[in-house]
Design a protein around this ligand. Structure first.
Ligand code: SF4
Length: 400
């Protein structure tokens, strides 16, 4: 039975003006952080026991996954990163066919880092390209230019990685639909197998928020932004990509198994400051504080970690419980997670997992959204229609 492990690397070379993910630029904390993360892997394994996180019944791929996200996991010394992956593989005894992904930025990649990643076992790279238009990259405040991104994609290929994903941001001031199509075409030609597209959004606490909140007219108008979204979908499909989730598309055989496990309500372990996990009835997290994390992991014992996971103690500096889920909460999460996917809610699976029919539990929300043309029935599935995709958040709220 598969297990899923998320590692949050909280270091970046510089803070991008639109980003609200947790990351810091003080690299002097890096070595201590990775040492602490190695300790956390061992603590977690002995505290949680061998059956924890094995996802009985909800996992359909049956493959273990490890995902190093961030932040910029390609920024720190690759020896730290490689060593942490080796420890995870050994301690969790992961199967050799596990999907092991590392996020990388073009500005911090180098051939020797890539070869360390390969040797440690990484077999999938997700590259934060964001755009291949230099003006757009400048607006986004990225450290690389388009040539840097293209060079990185060649370097990745030369290092032997075939499972490569690229991120693209849409809705950036100055960006055009034609420019986006050009980028997608170039990704395809450069051997990218998976593309994640995100619409730029103004998040409080970011430089972009301060820059644009009083001049929203400088942003891409919502209608143009929607057009970009649909043109992106259409163009990806014309290149042979399957749009399998609101933000994710891939060529056949290249779905992200790790991300799919989230939408399938699988349990997953979390390692590192800023990382969030899900085990049993508990959604839990690590505070956005590298120092607190590193200090705490030095002192924690297996017994401390065990008592945290059992919900018996909450007096930790870094670890905290986000939510204890009831059976009803778990049912409500299903539409919230599954309606993001093109397949939608799998009604048989819901019945198997909870012992009741989805449409009996949520009859009102289902009927009203079908009547409004926002939801449609497939073969034992329920999914968003095109209009439903435009109002996805509103539809999901009806199930809460
Ligand atoms: S590199 Fe990524 S995680 Fe780091 S600040 Fe920029 S967008 Fe955020």
């Amino acid at each position: 039975m598969a297990r899923h492990i998320y590692v949050h690397n909280p270091f970046c070379a510089r803070k991008c003006p639109y980003c609200d993910f947790y990351s810091i630029t003080d690299s002097s904390l890096c070595e201590g952080f990775y040492r602490a993360a190695e300790k956390e892997v061992r603590l977690l394994r002995s505290a949680a026991g061998t059956d924890a996180g094995t996802n009985p019944g909800t996992d359909r791929y049956g493959r273990d996954t490890v995902y190093f996200g961030g932040g910029t996991p390609s920024l720190p010394n690759s020896r730290y990163v490689a060593s942490l992956l080796r420890t995870i593989r050994e301690v969790f005894d992961l199967s050799p066919d596990s999907e092991m992904t590392i996020e990388a930025n073009p500005s911090s990649l180098a051939p020797d880092k890539l070869s360390d990643y390969r040797e440690a076992g990484f077999n999938r790279i997700s590259l934060g390209v964001q755009s291949l238009d230099d003006e757009v990259l400048k607006t986004l405040g990225r450290l690389h230019d388009s040539q840097g991104a293209i060079d990185a994609l060649f370097m990745i290929r030369e290092a032997g990685f075939t499972n490569v994903s690229a991120d693209l941001i849409t809705g950036v001031p100055g960006q055009t639909v034609d420019g986006i199509k050009k980028d997608l075409q170039r990704f395809y030609e450069l051997g990218v197998k998976h593309i994640s597209t995100y619409s730029l959004s103004l998040e409080e606490g970011t430089q972009f928020y301060d820059r644009y909140r009083n001049s929203l007219e400088d942003l891409v108008p919502p209608d143009t932004e929607r057009e970009m979204y649909y043109e992106t979908r259409r163009y990806l499909q014309s290149l042979g990509f399957e749009v399998y989730e609101i933000s994710n598309s891939c060529l056949p055989g290249y779905k992200s198994i790790h991300n799919s496990s989230y939408w399938d309500s699988c349990e997953y372990f979390a390692i590192g400051a800023g990382a969030h996990g899900y085990l049993g009835d508990m959604r839990y997290g690590h505070r956005d504080d590298v120092r607190a994390y590193t200090d705490e992991m030095k002192l924690l014992s297996t017994q401390d970690y065990k008592e945290f996971l059992e919900g018996k103690r909450t007096d930790f500096k870094s670890l905290y419980v986000e939510e204890m889920l009831t059976e009803e909460d778990k049912m409500k999460e299903v539409p919230f997670l599954r309606l993001r996917t093109s397949e939608g809610i799998r009604l048989d699976e819901f019945k198997r997992r909870f012992g009741v029919e989805f449409e009996d539990v949520f009859s009102q929300a289902v009927e009203s959204n079908i009547a409004k043309g926002l939801l449609e029935r497939g073969k034992r599935t329920l999914r968003l229609t095109r209009s439903g995709r435009d109002l996805a958040n509103q539809v999901m709220e009806d199930f809460l």
